[in-house]
Structures are given as structure tokens and as C-alpha cells.
Design a protein around this ligand. Structure first.
Ligand SMILES: *Cc1c(COP(=O)(O)O)cnc(C)c1O
Length: 407
């Protein structure tokens, strides 16, 4: 019984995708924690390996629990099929490398997740795949980056850590005039509930399921969605042979987490709106990066391509590096950790954490100032989140040593 995409997304997070027929009437998806599958006879095994008969063979090639998650996320994205990966980076690498060979060219947004940037700029170059990083808010820059051998256009919106927005309709239209190109969008920050890049021309949508899709901070995982043909190719090449496939147990946990995605996203976004307003009004905070503000670049894309501003916010302290570190240290409830999309509010300092591998120069060019802080607003009561931020900001910014040592 396949659940059609005519249902609402709030329903699809619970019922979307292929239904697993199992004999005991289990309400929840059974966890097929098995490495291999027993063939009833040798001939059946032969037919399955020959592709003449469907059926499971070995969990790296396919597993019913993992397949359920794949089809559920695909239904949510409005895509034909899905493929699960061991991590978000497993998804990014499998989804791109499946379409690339030495001599090919990739256009990537100049504002993408750090490990995607590292993959493209270091590993791809080693294998003769050249990547140009362009500012995709600039249509002309994007158009002039195309070459005859361009195979992939890769982007992320909103993008870390300034929540930069890219117009998916514009990128989709530009890509449409290059039929050999696949547009790949990392939709981790939005989830399919807030943004469905496929509606704007994306061929492939990738996720770090570590974040909102799972939502409970207990799994690292990735998901790829796209056409049945592309997903088949990815599964049969980069996923199967490079091997970054998802464990059935992780799939089972994500299926469990996914059921509450719509209620979680609603509260994440509502909490974030209040936290952004609080930060904007706080005297020592010089700037708040939050797509929900009218003056955020690309704000008009809310409503057009994204249903809401999301729940990741960055803010800048005039007082610089040490003050930012002190703000983190003085928090009592909010957890100091990278990652995002969990029930717990998580806060991090890009200059010393996620973006520390960049040289100070590269950080400055990317606008990662010493006083920049990123928060993933969680599901706690918003008054408690704000109270914790308030007390830590009060204490950190009023502390004389924080000001004295400020850069
Ligand atoms: C976390 C993240 C990734 C990488 O995902 P992992 O699950 O950590 O491998 C990729 N893209 C974005 C936008 C992310 O936030």
C-alpha cells in the first residue's frame, strides 16, 4: 500500500512511503537488524542477483527498514525515490560523485557546509574534477560560471552561518537551459516541511538527517531524494560501492523521530522568532542574522520558496572573541555544541569551532567575525531559552575582563 503524495505533509511524516507488510500487525516499522537475507533456494538467490526478481540480498544493497525511511523522505520532498546514507556527508558525496568523472566541472555556492566545501575543493580536485565556487545570489555570476563540461550545480539555502538565502526559482531557471546539469540542493536547514527544492527545478535534494529529520541528537545520517532513475544510479554506484549506507537501526530511529517533524518544526520556528527579536533588542548584540527579519537579504523568498524562516539564528557581539566565549561559558541550560535541529537548544562559536580550520583571512572574507555566535533554537519553553541567553549575555558583557580583552 503506497501512500500517495496527495496527503498533507503532517500525515506523510507518519504514513508516507511504502508500507511494510509484516505478519504480526506491528504498528511501528519493524527493525530488520540483519546483515544478510536468506534465500528460500539457490535459484531465488540467482534471480535476485540477476535483477530478475525483487527481494533483499544483503543490507548494503537494501534493507526494508532503511527502504521505508527512504520512501518516506522522498514522499515528503515530492520526489520519486530516496536513498539513505550513513551521514549527511555520505549523502553529499554519493549524490554528487555518481554523476562525475575526471575532467568534469562543478559549480558550487560559495556559502556551503564546511565539509562539503572541503570535499569539493580538496578531494574533487585530486580526481580531476574542477569546482568553481560562486555567489549564487548573483544570477550573472552563476550564468557565467557554466562550461561545456559542467555536470553539477550545488547549493544550500539558507546557508550557514549567516542564513544567506538563494533564489531557487532563479537557479532552477538557469539550470534548465543546461540540460546536462543536475541541480543538487542541500535542504538540511529547512526540511521538506519548510521548503521543497524539487518544486523549483532541483533534480536531487540531500539532507543531513542528523539534524531536524531525526531531531533527537542520537544519530548521524543522511538522505538523498531524486528521480527513480538517478536514485537507482546512486544506489548502484557510489552508495553500494563506496559503502556509506545507513544502518537499519539508524533508519528505525529516524522513522521514529520523523513522526513529530511537523509539530517540532512549528515550535522550533515559533521559538526562533522570539529569540531573534530578543537578540535584536539586546544592546550588546550588533547584528542578528535571521531570515524572518524584513531587512534580511532575500527575505521576500519567505512565502515564495520557504514556508518559514527556520530556527537557526546567528548573532554578532561587538565585544569580540573573548566575549563570545564567555557568553557560551555562562549559559546554564543551552548546550554548547555544534549540530542543529535537536530538541535541546545548541549554541556554538564558529570562529573557534566550525570555521576554525579556515585561516583568519578566509574567515574574515566569509564574514565569520570573532564575535559571531550561532544558535539552533530548540524545543524548550521560549521564556527559559531567552532567560538563559539574557543572564549569560548580561554576565559576559558586563564582566570587565570580557571588554578589556575584546578584539
Ligand atoms: C551537518 C550538515 C551536513 C553534514 O551532515 P553529517 O550528518 O554531519 O555528515 C551537511 N550539510 C549541512 C547543511 C549540515 O548542516
Amino acid at each position: 500500500m503506497a501512500k500517495g503524495s496527495s496527503m498533507h505533509q503532517d500525515t506523510l511524516v507518519i504514513h508516507g512511503g511504502e508500507y511494510i507488510q509484516e505478519p504480526y500487525g506491528s504498528l511501528t516499522t519493524p527493525l530488520y537488524q540483519t546483515s544478510t537475507f536468506v534465500f528460500p533456494d539457490a535459484e531465488t538467490g540467482g534471480r535476485r542477483f540477476a535483477g530478475e526478481e525483487s527481494g533483499y540480498m544483503y543490507s548494503r544493497l537494501g534493507n526494508p527498514t532503511v527502504n521505508q525511511l527512504e520512501s518516506r523522505v522522498a514522499a515528503l520532498e515530492g520526489m520519486e525515490a530516496g536513498a539513505a546514507a550513513a551521514t549527511g556527508m555520505g549523502a553529499v558525496s554519493a549524490a554528487t560523485l555518481a554523476f562525475l568523472k575526471a575532467g568534469d566541472h562543478v559549480i558550487a555556492s560559495d556559502c556551503i557546509y564546511g565539509c562539503s566545501f572541503a570535499l569539493f575543493s580538496h578531494l574533487f580536485e585530486r580526481f580531476g574534477i574542477h569546482v568553481d565556487f560562486v555567489d549564487m545570489t548573483d544570477q550573472h555570476a552563476l550564468e557565467s560560471a557554466f562550461r561545456d563540461n559542467t555536470k553539477i550545480v550545488f547549493l544550500e539555502t539558507p546557508a550557514n552561518p549567516h542564513l544567506r538565502l538563494i533564489d531557487l526559482t532563479m537557479v532552477g531557471d538557469v539550470c534548465r537551459s543546461h540540460p546536462q546539469v543536475r541541480m543538487v540542493v542541500d535542504n538540511t536547514f529547512m526540511t521538506p516541511l519548510l521548503q521543497r527544492p524539487g518544486e523549483f527545478g532541483a533534480h536531487i535534494v540531500v539532507h543531513s538527517a542528523t539534524k531536524y529529520l531525526n531531531g533527537h541528537g542520537d544519530v548521524v545520517a543522511g538522505v538523498i531524494t531524486g528521480s527513480a532513475e538517478d536514485i537507482h544510479l546512486i544506489k548502484m554506484t557510489t552508495l553500494k560501492d563506496m559503502g556509506a549506507t545507513m544502518s537499519p537501526h539508524d533508519a528505525w530511529l529516524i522513522i521514529r523521530g520523523l513522526k513529530t517533524l511537523s509539530v517540532r518544526m512549528e515550535k522550533h520556528c515559533e521559538n526562533a522568532r522570539h529569540v531573534a527579536n530578543f537578540l535584536r533588542d539586546y544592546p550588546g548584540v550588533s547584528q542578528v542574522f535571521y531570515p524572518g527579519f524584513n531587512d534580511h537579504p532575500g527575505h521576500e523568498l519567505i512565502g515564495r520558496q520557504m514556508k518559514s524562516a527556520g530556527a537557526v539564528i546567528a548573532f554578532e557581539l561587538d565585544a569580540g572573541y573573548n566575549a563570545a566565549v564567555q557568553v557560551l561559558n555562562k549559559l546554564e541550560m543551552i548546550r554548547v555544541a555544534v549540530s542543529l535541529g535537536d530538541a535541546e537548544s545548541l549554541i556554538q562559536h564558529p570562529a573557534s569551532m566550525t570555521h576554525s580550520p579556515l585561516s583568519p583571512d578566509a574567515r574574515a572574507r566569509a564574514g565569520i567575525t570573532d564575535g559571531l555566535i550561532r544558535i539552533s533554537v530548540g524545543l524548550e519553553h521560549v521564556d527559559d531559552i531567552i532567560a538563559d541567553l539574557q543572564q549569560s549575555l548580561d554576565r559576559a558583557l558586563n564582566a570587565p575582563h570580557a571588554k578589556l580583552t575584546a578584539v
